[in-house]
Design a protein around this ligand. Structure first.
Ligand code: GDP
Ligand code: IMO
Ligand code: MG
Length: 416
């Protein structure tokens, strides 16, 4: 079984929880794009874990996590994350592998991301240096994890890169330069500490496929943040759609048996950019309050609004998702009325080129006003909640195969 979990909105759909839940049935959990801009939350025994780079399924002891070549990798954040997870499972280290081809995020990437954000070029990034690390990768001046093991070339390359970045920092942004010696020394330290995690990608993946291992790919961000098909330029710098996994992992399997799209029962977005159903009135504020909609990576308040069936339909087509894992339905327990966008007054479909102008048309239904967080089967759900799910299925064309009704690992209603 080879499956992929992908976000069908603007990120933060609950992918971490979904992956942790599904990973029980898998052997290998792979991240194929993005980096520490991701914040995937998993709750276990009242403890919260936020995964940034490490795949979210590794709390399951049957699972080995692999960080694929399409990712950008920040060693400092990795070791912080690792020490958090070690509290849960001291033996976790042996189950985490990293591609040699991942491009590294350096302090100059982070510094430039921050400075750019704070000047007129900002789009509301997570300030983790993501765009700058991918920029260097495609400009063919990036440094990969595997390059750490060639110290002479590494030092030369780093000195050139740092002097170039220092020029930009000083001349354009009038900022302090970074010390090259400090960065180089840190790299040698990381080379030593990361050695046990680094694998030969092809050997690792080919072996897994040969042994018929069950593989779960874990997308970060969401389809609407995809660098090609999202709401460009208000997107991230990687391929968040299912296609991203084929280039993000060496020897990726040709056949994906299931693509599981994840969407929240309403919509959120963090950072700038178009969001047709954004609601700045009490409805949106209540979604933020009841849903505790604050960024897992940056703590920023998330913008909130109604579920947009056309956004999810567009995302499902981009990702080839055939089924939907609907999350946070419990958050809607508190509303008198539920509303859902079923069309646009001025367009037939969601179109990222005109996303700013789209005028949603809503259907309203009565709310269910009941605590559903302990519900275990679809039949037990209040009639209004069932109606809401049926509307989502009707307008997105997707089967809702799982419904999440709480942040915990077991708060899932399975419909298949
Ligand atoms: P991700 O980036 O897609 O993994 O999502 P985040 O972790 O950034 O944000 C999702 C938030 O919702 C986290 O705080 C989760 O713990 C929480 N969450 C996930 N599923 C549910 C659910 O069904 N109900 C509630 N109330 N919270 C949930
Ligand atoms: P997870 O995996 C939500 C958004 C940022 C910004 C844009 C570009 O937790 O769903 P970047 O730092 O990537 O250059 O920022 O993308 N963004 C996310 N929004 N969830 C995420 O990840 C995100 N990762 C990036 O807010 O608008
Ligand atoms: Mg998140």
């Amino acid at each position: 079984m080879i499956a992929a979990v992908v976000g069908l909105q603007w990120g933060d759909e609950g992918k971490g929880k979904v992956v942790d839940y599904l990973a029980k049935e898998f052997d290998i959990n792979i991240r194929f794009q993005g980096g520490p801009n991701a914040g995937h939350t998993v709750w276990r025994d009242n403890n919260k874990y936020v995964f940034h780079q490490i795949p979210s399924g590794v709390l399951n002891k049957n699972v080995t996590g692999f960080i694929g070549a399409g990712c950008v990798f920040d060693p400092a954040i990795f070791f912080e994350e690792l020490s958090e997870i070690k509290k849960f499972d001291p033996g976790i280290e042996t189950r985490i592998k990293i591609s040699r081809f991942c491009h590294l995020i350096f302090p100059y990437h982070i510094m430039l991301d921050k400075i750019k954000e704070e000047t007129t070029h900002g789009i509301g990034t997570t300030k983790k240096g993501i765009g700058m690390a991918y920029e260097d990768k495609y400009a063919r001046i990036g440094i990969r994890l595997g390059d750490l093991y060639n110290p002479e070339t590494l030092e030369k390359k780093l000195r050139v890169n740092i002097s170039r970045k220092n020029l930009i920092l000083m001349e354009i942004f009038h900022a302090e330069p970074l010390s090259d010696n400090e960065i180089i020394e840190k790299c040698f330290e990381y080379a030593y500490k990361l050695k046990p995690f680094v694998v030969n990608d092809l050997e690792f993946l080919n072996q897994a496929v040969l042994e018929n291992k069950k593989i779960l790919f874990e997308g970060a961000q969401g389809a609407l943040l995809d660098v090609n098909f999202g709401t460009y330029p208000f997107v991230t710098s990687s391929h968040t759609i299912t296609g991203g996994l084929f280039v993000g992992v060496a020897g990726a399997p040709m056949r994906i048996d299931r693509v599981i799209g994840v969407a929240k029962a309403y919509t959120t977005r963090v950072g700038m950019g178009p969001f047709p159903t954004e609601d700045k009135s009490e409805f949106g504020e209540n979604l933020r309050r009841f849903g505790n909609e604050y960024g897992a990576t940056t703590g920023r308040p998330r913008r909130c609004g109604a579920f947009d069936t056309l956004v999810v339909r567009y995302a499902a087509r981009l990702t080839n998702a055939q089924e939907l894992f609907l999350t946070k339905l419990d958050v809607l327990s508190y509303f008198e009325t539920l509303k859902i966008a079923v069309g646009y007054a001025n367009a037939r479909e969601f179109d990222p080129f005109y996303a700013e102008e789209l005028e949603p048309v809503y259907e309203e239904i009565p709310g269910f006003k009941k605590d559903i967080s302990h519900v275990k089967s679809f039949d037990e759900l209040p009639a209004e909640a069932k109606e809401y799910i049926k509307l989502i299925e009707h307008y997105t064309g997707l089967k809702v195969s799982y419904i999440s009704v709480g942040a915990g690992n077991d708060a899932v209603i399975k419909r298949i």
